[in-house]
Write a protein that binds this ligand. Sequence first.
Ligand SMILES: *[C@@H]1O[C@H](CO)[C@@H](O)[C@H](O)[C@H]1NC(C)=O
Ligand SMILES: *[C@@H]1O[C@H](CO)[C@@H](O)[C@H](O)[C@H]1NC(C)=O
Ligand SMILES: *[C@@H]1O[C@H](CO)[C@@H](O)[C@H](O)[C@H]1NC(C)=O
Ligand SMILES: *[C@@H]1O[C@H](CO)[C@@H](O)[C@H](O)[C@H]1NC(C)=O
Ligand SMILES: *[C@@H]1O[C@H](CO)[C@@H](O)[C@H](O)[C@H]1NC(C)=O
Ligand SMILES: *[C@@H]1O[C@H](CO)[C@@H](O)[C@H](O)[C@H]1NC(C)=O
Ligand SMILES: *[C@@H]1O[C@H](CO)[C@@H](O)[C@H](O)[C@H]1NC(C)=O
Length: 918
Amino acid sequence: MSNLVSSFFLLLLCFVGNSLSCFACTEGERQALLRFKLSLIYPALLSSWVGKDCCKWKGVLCNGTTTNAHVVKLDLRNTNLSSVDIWGKMSAMGGLEAHELNSSLVELKYLNYLDLSWNSFQYSPIPGFLGSMKRLRYLNLSHSDFAGVVPHHLGNLSSLRVLDLSSYGGLIVDDFAWVGGLSSLQQLDMSTAKISDSQSNEDRAYFANSTLPRVQFLHLGRNSFEGKLPYFLANMTSLSTLDLSYNYFSSSIPLFVGNLKSLAYLNLGGNQFDHVEGGLSMILLNQCRMKSLSLGSSSFGGQLIGADGNMSGCSTYDLEALDLGMSGFGGPLPGWLGKFSSLTYLDLDDNQFTGSIRTSIGRLTALRELDLSYNQFTGSIPTSVERLTALERLDLSHNQLTGAIPASIGRMAALRYLDLGFNQLNGTIPISIGQLSKLERLHLYSNSLEGLVSEAHLANLTMLKWIYLDSNFGITFKTRSHWVPPFQLTILALSSCIVGSFPQWLRTQKEIDFLSLSNSSISGALPEWLPNMNYSEVHLSNNNISGLFQNFPSSIHHLDLSRNSISGPLPDDIGDVMPSLVNFLFADNLLNGPMPTSLCKMKRLVIIDLSRNRLSGNVPDCWMNFTTLKGILLSSNRFSWIIPRSLAHVSSLTWLQLSNNTLRGELPFALGNCTNLKFLDLGDNRLSENVPNWIGENLKSLQVLRLRKNNFTGGIPPELCRLQSLSIIDLGGNNLTGTIPACLSNLTGMFIENTRRRGSSFRIFPTITQQMMAAINGSEIEYTSTLGLLVIMDLSSNKLEGEIPEELTRLSGLLGLNLSHNHLTGSIPDNVGGLKSLMSLDLSSNHLSGKIPLSMGALTFISHLNLSYNNLSGPIPSGSQLQTLNDPHIYAGNSELCGAPLQECPSDEPSQPPATTR
Ligand SMILES: *[C@@H]1O[C@H](CO)[C@@H](O)[C@H](O)[C@H]1NC(C)=O
Ligand SMILES: *[C@@H]1O[C@H](CO)[C@@H](O)[C@H](O)[C@H]1NC(C)=O
Ligand SMILES: *[C@@H]1O[C@H](CO)[C@@H](O)[C@H](O)[C@H]1NC(C)=O
Ligand SMILES: *[C@@H]1O[C@H](CO)[C@@H](O)[C@H](O)[C@H]1NC(C)=O
Ligand SMILES: *[C@@H]1O[C@H](CO)[C@@H](O)[C@H](O)[C@H]1NC(C)=O
Ligand SMILES: *[C@@H]1O[C@H](CO)[C@@H](O)[C@H](O)[C@H]1NC(C)=O
Ligand SMILES: *[C@@H]1O[C@H](CO)[C@@H](O)[C@H](O)[C@H]1NC(C)=O
């Protein structure tokens, strides 16, 4: 080793001191390097590789005398990296590219260091010739787009100290035994090289016996190892870094882990361990020199950490980073956490910790990041947080913290990111927040904070970029009208705070991307400057904004102005100006005029909701090129003419609501291509012809079918009986004839076991409130958030005849059944009590005869009943719930009925006994 070091220094001296005449490379090696260069797709990237002395080329290092030097090191690592995702995953730019690694390198017989990382060899295999380069001590092929089976020849590299084959996938290690040949190995990284499942334990043991005692760095993360943590690890006493994260190891973390005394970095996160033998304190107790421990994203359950106070193992601890996030730990925070005074990173997020956040947290004065979010912490935020003066990120969001934000928070001078959202904090926001001069992100959303937020809070926050104060109903946000803030925000979320009028200072915020001021008591017209900013999302729903509609900038994706009083026509060029719009939400305003055809240029639309305006004319027929559109909601306008045929091309469509317009003609056959439709509401129009068969044949996902109040004729097609997901069918108010198909009893979506399972999980679009008229207790009302709970069959006000099929009583999840105003005959099905969820039953104005079945008394939820104007006879059954319906009108027009609430039955026809025992 010392030999190596001294000659290395010699080399270095030579390079630094006299690089012009130091070495001249041998011609053979120069030719080999040139052949390598020419094998690249863009050889020009190695522009310094010209001239005689290859030892001066970039990335090339030689060793030897001036007359006889050899290439010993080739460092072509691509250093142009950037972090591309929140996991810190890196991506490389501008590296070398080749179809494969050129074999000319094998002629560099003296090479001991080869680094080709972060380049691209286009998913070619790692060549076997590398195994003959016996002098290699360092081989790094990581993230270089090699793929396929790693050649066993690499096992011949008995001098190799470092082998790095890590990647984001593509490499396969089909046999581990060859690794045993790497008898000098100290560092091994095969993260995400897929180690084949057929790997036997013997192979692993061999590997362990022959190489592991010397290995210091072992990275085998993101492979497919499973079962218990292998025992050979217990003998790896030199190990300082062990990363076995994101495998399928299960059972427990064994005791021996605590005995690997050299460990400084341990990552076992992302496995399926269910506990730590002896408790986590066992590892922490014994590992005085551990710097980083990660067990996050595991499936531990129950109490995290053994008893308090048992931490006498070390006088000091070196632990700097502790990640136990998303691990299923519960119970209170152990007091001894306060002993890890070197901790800079503590992540306990997304567990089930309870109790209060201990004051001793203030002892962790080295902390730079503290994440306790998504737990069940209660109590108040300890004032001792003021001692965390190095803390840059504090996340206590999504707990049940109460009380006020401590004023001492202003002393946390390094804070850049503060998230206290989604708690139950109350009181006012302390003015001392204004001392956090490094603050970039302020999240206090969804609490019960109140009082005034003013310039005083914000005047010194020059770095501020994000403000989330939304859903604090008691906060008033007010500044002087000519205030010029010291910051440039990208996010401002004040929805459900009291804002009152458009904040004028927004004009100074040129970088705002996300603006949310919904439900903020804003009145007045849209200021003319507002639409001129570079927003991508604007939420202004539920205010009292008036004035004319204006186009927003072309950057906008999400525009929500629902529930305001904006008037005027949509501009003709709306689709040219806002072609990137994804969600266009404008329900409940006063828009008039036609839908401009330029809307058809918004090819990225997912939802367009213009319901409840005063729009008129045709719905444009230009939907053929929309591939992402899921919702078209245009109900309660004044649209006339026919349903556009081109909708048939929108195969992504799940929600089509065109109700309460004056649309005419038949349902276009081609709509049967919209096989993803779940919600079809065309009620209150003038549609005619038959209810088409294809609804039942093609629209297999349909949950809601509402064709109410149109001019449909013909029979109810039995194909509808195939719609297994249907929970609302409303064909009332048409001119339908024929009988009620008995097969409607096959609508399994209306069986109680299925409605229970479905619960309210019906929302198709979480971002917007779905709204539909439905009648459950007699009169139609608007259903919104509870729409998903409705189970209704309404065939009323048609010309249906024949009997009510007995089979319908299988629909045990029905809440409302309305067959009134038809020409139905026969008697009420005997087993009507089988409709055991029924809240509303209307059979009025038919020609039903016979007695009211006894089982009617079993309808324990019934609160609305109408049997009037039939030919029913005999006594009215009793039943606990039935007896509360004592309005005689519900039985009117049946001259032969008797019993409460009508007149007593004649004595020769005694009252029936109650159907249910009380
Ligand atoms: C340079 O060459 C000398 C003599 O052959 C050898 O001992 C030494 O290890 C070499 N150095 C490097 C960095 O390869
Ligand atoms: C590994 O070592 C154990 C115990 O020293 C021995 O029994 C076993 O045979 C060895 N395995 C191999 C593959 O060499
Ligand atoms: C670990 O080392 C002990 C003694 O040094 C030896 O008996 C045992 O076989 C080794 N275990 C493995 C799996 O290599
Ligand atoms: C805050 O809530 C606590 C209960 O959690 C209550 O005792 C206190 O009075 C409230 N403070 C304010 C200012 O509303
Ligand atoms: C803002 O800075 C000024 C000048 O440094 C200081 O007087 C004032 O107290 C600071 N405001 C807050 C809220 O910290
Ligand atoms: C749809 O796309 C086709 C082909 O790109 C184009 O010719 C046609 O004009 C487009 N139709 C509409 C209505 O945009
Ligand atoms: C139908 O739309 C009109 C306006 O066009 C509105 O006044 C009425 O309330 C709507 N009816 C229903 C049932 O939504």
